[in-house]
Ligand binder design. Sequence first.
Ligand SMILES: Cc1ncc(COP(=O)(O)O)c(C=O)c1O
Length: 408
Amino acid sequence: MAKLDLDFVRAQFPAFEVPSLQGQAFFENAGGSYTCRQVIDRLHRFYTERKVQPYAPYTASSLGGAEMDEARTRLSAIMGIDADELSFGPSSSQNTYVLAQAFAQWMKPGDAFIVTNQDHEANTGPWRRLAERGFEMREWKINPDTGHLDPADLANLLDDRVRLVAFPHCSNVVGEINDVAAICELVHDAGAVACVDGVSYAPHGIPNVAELGADIYLFSAYKTYGPHQGIMAIRRDLGMTLPNQGHHFNADCLYKRFTPAGPDHAQVAASAGMADYIDALYAHHIGGEAATVAKGAAVHDLMRAHEVELLQPLLDYASAKNSVRLIGPSDAALRAPTVALALQSGAEAAAADLAPHGIMAGGGDFYAGRALRAMGVAADKGVLRVSFVHYTSKDEVDRLISALDQVV
Ligand SMILES: Cc1ncc(COP(=O)(O)O)c(C=O)c1O
């Protein structure tokens, strides 16, 4: 398999060139990634040349509308779904909130739903509120030592009353990659719907959602080299069954049913740059003709291989360090490079101590307080989180390790 050409990758991100960021190693990617040049260029072009109401017959407008459609068409093709099964919303939190309103209307008395305590609040809080409407909530709990979600525990919670199971592809503090395909199969066998939070996974390679079997798959473009948008995939028959949350006259248009707000035209259009970036990586490393979904898969594998190689030494370092508790698996192949460390002292202060070393990282609970509490992490200390993606270099990871060694 081709190896990731890091010089080529980093040349796609203006952040690596600007003087203000020289000498700064970025390790808060799980909070929001750098933006690729292709997205920035499209955003700039939209605001300078196409910033009119889209879908009208004059040229600037029709180009703007076509670019918005292009974003949905090309990203959905990478995900293995139809273009109208993908919609954009202001954020994944808001997309989930709207979906939860639809489920609240659709579910019947006596129905139950399952949430986890591994999720970011975005994919658990809105669902938990269904309990206030009289639906039975069941919690799929993590192992308090490892943070692992065991599918056998889910199997024990499932029965024919369960309509929905919401779980993460990968938690933003545990980092372990859940076996989405196997979990979706369990969920479907019980006649329920699977809603997967892919926000912490997609930056490491946008997945083939059709292959995973998720009925709903959410991720955030601004953590995946794009603009500040939430991306939501929803299977057609489910989307057409759940009550429409958009304007009544848009009810027949699947991609408008769960996005009640007017879209951010420029950002939707600029999201096509995420597909440009994946195409550029494919053309540079592999080349030739292939179906878009296959290109997406190849780029995913390229990114993962680089990340896994860089991640293992960091995990080995953290596992061996007595003053640190590594949250989640110590085997890089099992997890994303989103590494939470529980320290003996406060994590926010540790992040501040890393800053003079040129390390950009954060401390806190990262809205995953339920998972951290379940694992016995002190709320007043939180975790130091160091997260990276495929554009991170070995040199940056080495610098992180040596800075950690002085700080924690
Ligand atoms: C795992 C996970 N899910 C959901 C969200 C919420 O995404 P958004 O900021 O787009 O609402 C985040 C944000 O940090 C996250 O890390």
